[in-house]
Design a protein around this ligand. Structure first.
Ligand code: AMP
Ligand code: MG
Length: 356
């Protein structure tokens, strides 16, 4: 398949190009498109064949349902049964980086519905995404544009690297503003199933009610709970073995000094401290601007595989605001391999680092 690359300005989307992409969706094709969180790989949510091809192209386990993207409230109400008492609040939060899990309406294909009969729905805050859905005149099922287990795409070039020749269209609208996926809130249990670009603190503010946040949602444990299908799987991982530093930032240099042939992914402050020692560093931005850290995270997790290193270290960030979403991604990307001391790091290296 020849993949068409369409460059579309995110502030002033070219209607003609949107129409080309929408025609692909209507024909049952796959379109990779930008959102404010990450790039999505989308197909007509009501076309079973299209939806199945998303699973196939991503290599996604069939038990992990897809998120459905809508361009308006009416479209959302057509696929999900939203509790009436929350409608006003949801309307005020959308478009935005928060998805809601609600019972699916009859007629929504089983491929996008979870085993519990629920569907995750979101209205993305991105002109290109909204115009694409509108022009396609159907909700678009779209998980993140990455092969299963790998880091999500926050640039069209990431998506091209993963899926060139495997999808009909890739829309290039530059870098994703937020850089990590949406927050997922189950409205029945009022539980955050996945922390993300919408801060949990803001959910409490908007709903006047604190959501439950499980350890599993924070990426602290592997869950067997069926209501949170995505959490059972390893995720976001580069090919390079990745270890998460959980100690104090100020002690990082002492903890890792003398280690050989690795890359460090972390805050500007830590990168400065280590870069002076000749370590290969990937700078996520200052600790003081956690939003910037989120937006460069996946790009760095993808870039690290371009280095010839035996392993990589990533550091931890505070879990306030978008920080909870960042830490969820990092714990999974590191496959729960944590260290805070030299001894622990050495043990990880001897067990998991590449030895070629
Ligand atoms: P992705 O866009 O690739 O991050 O994938 C969508 C996420 O939404 C995955 O983590 C899914 O497990 C989750 N998801 C989709 N539908 C549901 C649902 N009905 N209930 C719970 N989680 C869902
Ligand atoms: Mg994903």
């Amino acid at each position: 398949m020849r993949t068409k690359i369409l460059k579309i300005d995110s502030r002033k989307p070219d209607k003609k190009k949107i129409r080309i992409a929408a025609a692909s969706i209507r024909r049952g094709g796959l379109v990779i498109f930008p959102t404010e969180t990450v790039y999505g790989i989308g197909g007509d949510a009501f076309n079973r064949k299209a939806v199945r091809s998303i699973y196939r192209v991503k290599g996604r386990p069939s038990g992990n349902p897809l998120m459905v993207h809508v361009s308006g409230m009416e479209m959302a109400l057509g696929i999900g049964a939203f509790p009436k008492r929350y409608l006003k609040i949801i309307d005020s939060l959308w478009p935005g980086p928060i998805a809601f899990v609600v019972p699916a309406r009859r007629g929504v294909p089983k491929e996008v519905v979870s085993g519990l009969g629920t569907v995750a729905i979101r209205m993305p805050d991105h002109k290109v995404a909204l115009e694409l859905i509108r022009e396609s005149r159907t909700p678009i099922a779209a998980p993140s544009a990455n092969p299963s287990k790998m880091p999500s795409s926050t640039k069209a070039s990431h998506a091209t690297g993963y899926f060139d020749g495997k999808v009909d269209v890739i829309i290039d609208s530059g870098s994703s503003r937020k850089g990590i996926e949406s927050t997922i809130l189950d409205l029945k249990t009022f539980t955050v199933l996945r922390p993300g670009a919408f801060p949990a603190e803001k959910i409490a503010e908007a709903f006047g009610r604190k959501p439950k946040i499980t350890k599993a949602a924070r990426g602290l444990a592997t869950s067997k709970v069926a209501s949170a299908p995505g959490m059972r799987y390893r995720h976001y991982s580069p090919k390079t073995p990745l270890f998460l530093y959980t100690g104090r930032p100020s002690a990082i240099r002492k903890t890792v000094s003398g280690m050989d042939n690795y890359a460090f992914i972390g805050s500007r402050e830590s990168c400065r401290a280590l870069g002076r020692w000749g370590v290969t560093v990937l700078d996520l931005g200052s600790r003081k601007s956690i939003e910037k850290v989120a937006s460069s995270l996946f790009d760095s997790l993808i870039k690290v595989d371009g280095f010839e290193v035996d392993f990589a270290i990533v550091e931890s960030f505070p879990e306030g605001g978008i920080g909870m979403g960042i830490m969820n991604r990092l714990r999974k990307a590191a496959n729960h391999r944590y260290f805070s001391t030299r001894g622990q790091l050495k043990a990880l290296i001897s067990k998991y680092a590449k030895d070629d």
